[in-house]
Unconditional design. Structure first.
Length: 200
């Protein structure tokens, strides 16, 4: 994770003096879920993301946008505990997984201010808890500490630096890290963002 943060800082530092580079901040709403094997019982978790971004314009229509984001992910689940074929209890579980994500987006402006985005992302797991009405259980050691994904979406940037974006992050990594557990699951996150570029 430290190497990822250092790489982002160095990247921003290299571009910061360029006249075609702008730096800003963004945040917004997350609708996160878990997909894959036996995932029918999972429901979406509401959360948020917050961080910094930079945009380097390579041409009038194409730019690169690296970001560093704190992101709340995971899912919700209704679990039914069964003993001897009889249901004993119905519990509501919430998987609270928090990440530091570093996406690098390629942006193509189809119209003035309006862009489509596509790019890879690496995520570092900061914490992971399974929570019900009674207790929180730390499950970080049962999950992969690094997650790879791909982002795609659309964004609009006004001339005053204000920006809005809608993006989907599709996880590519099997998140489970338990010996003998054969299910393969991946993260999926819808993000609705508002941001502001300090230099336009």
């Amino acid at each position: 994770m430290k190497k990822g943060i250092l790489a982002f800082v160095l990247l921003i530092g290299c571009f910061s003096n360029a006249q075609n580079f702008s730096f800003g901040f963004k945040g917004g709403y997350n609708l996160a879920g878990i997909q894959g094997d036996n995932a029918n019982g999972f429901q979406m978790r509401h959360g948020f993301h917050l961080g910094a971004m930079g945009e380097l314009a390579l041409t009038n229509t194409f730019s690169i946008q690296p970001e560093i984001m704190y992101s709340q992910q995971g899912a919700k689940q209704n679990a039914i505990f069964i003993f001897d074929n009889f249901p004993l209890a119905d519990d509501k579980l919430e998987a609270r997984y928090n990440f530091l994500n570093i996406p690098i987006m390629a942006k193509y402006y189809v119209l003035k201010g309006l862009s489509i985005e596509l790019g890879p992302q690496i995520g570092f797991l900061l914490s992971a808890e399974q929570e019900n009405e009674v207790q929180n259980i730390d499950v970080k050691d049962r999950l992969k500490s690094i997650d790879f994904g791909v982002n795609f979406g659309i964004a609009y940037k006004f001339s005053n630096g204000l920006s809005f974006g809608l993006r989907y992050n599709a996880g590519l990594t099997n998140i489970n890290d338990v010996t003998g557990f054969l299910d393969e699951n991946r993260y999926g996150v819808v993000q609705l963002s508002i941001g502001y570029f300090l230099r336009k």
